[in-house]
Ligand binder design. Structure first.
Ligand SMILES: CCCCCCCCCCCCCCCC(=O)SCCNC(=O)CCNC(=O)[C@H](O)C(C)(C)COP(=O)(O)OP(=O)(O)OC[C@H]1O[C@@H](n2cnc3c(N)ncnc32)[C@H](O)[C@@H]1OP(=O)(O)O
Length: 171
């Protein structure tokens, strides 16, 4: 299976924040944003593996700035690394005030997707080829993030997390 470039999964999604998307402060609800991020990440994963894929996990999400009613939500999603059957998708989110012409950072997150075969079982995905400096940095950090999330999910023993341990203990 040939590798695919990170840029091939690049996905941009724009949504307008309407009254039904907001809380009582007139800001976008966090849950609605996560829903849109999930879709953007799913599209990016689909572009990479050309197969249906499921959200396996979402890393910690923090909201830096609220996105206001009437503003545009701009989501960018791109694969940061592919493993065996799973893919890590990096997402960045901005709010855009088109009236006053400024853009503000809202949040950043990593979603993990697993590609499925027609029987619903995990299937192999192409490896990811990072090209830019930023893509290479995200690619390198992905192994650590994977080990941490698998430990937290009870799917890996801390003793086996060599990349993570290397962060804390000098060799
Ligand atoms: C045809 C073309 C289409 C084109 C494009 C279409 C675009 C279309 C856009 C759709 C946009 C909407 C996208 C929304 C998608 C949902 O919202 S899906 C709904 C929410 N998610 C779910 O319901 C998933 C429920 N969970 C499961 O089904 C299973 O646990 C999973 C995720 C398939 C994993 O299965 P499992 O039997 O536990 O698998 P296991 O063999 O242990 O591990 C398989 C892989 O999963 C990884 N994994 C397992 N658990 C975790 C975890 N907690 N954290 C991280 N990784 C994990 C493992 O590390 C392993 O990865 P690799 O080492 O192989 O790389």
């Amino acid at each position: 299976m040939d590798g695919k470039k990170a840029v091939e999964s690049f996905t941009v999604m724009n949504e307008l924040v309407l009254p039904n998307d907001t809380n009582t402060f007139g800001n976008l609800m966090g849950g609605r944003l996560m829903y849109w991020m999930d879709i953007a990440a799913g599209i990016a994963a689909g572009k990479h593996c050309n197969a249906p894929s499921m959200t396996a996990s979402v890393d910690n999400l923090s909201f830096k700035n609220p996105i206001k009613l009437g503003n545009v939500v701009h989501i960018e999603a791109k694969l940061s690394r592919a493993f065996n059957t799973s893919m890590e998708v990096h997402l960045r989110v901005w709010g855009e005030d088109n009236l006053h012409q400024y853009k503000y950072e809202s949040n950043e997150a990593y979603f993990t997707f697993v590609a499925l075969d027609p029987n619903g079982n995990p299937r192999k995905v192409p490896q990811l080829i990072p090209e830019t400096e930023e893509e290479k940095k995200l690619f390198d950090g992905a192994l650590r993030r994977r080990q941490l999330r698998l430990i937290l999910a009870g799917k890996m023993k801390p003793d086996d997390a060599s990349e993570l341990k290397a962060l804390f203990f000098a060799k």
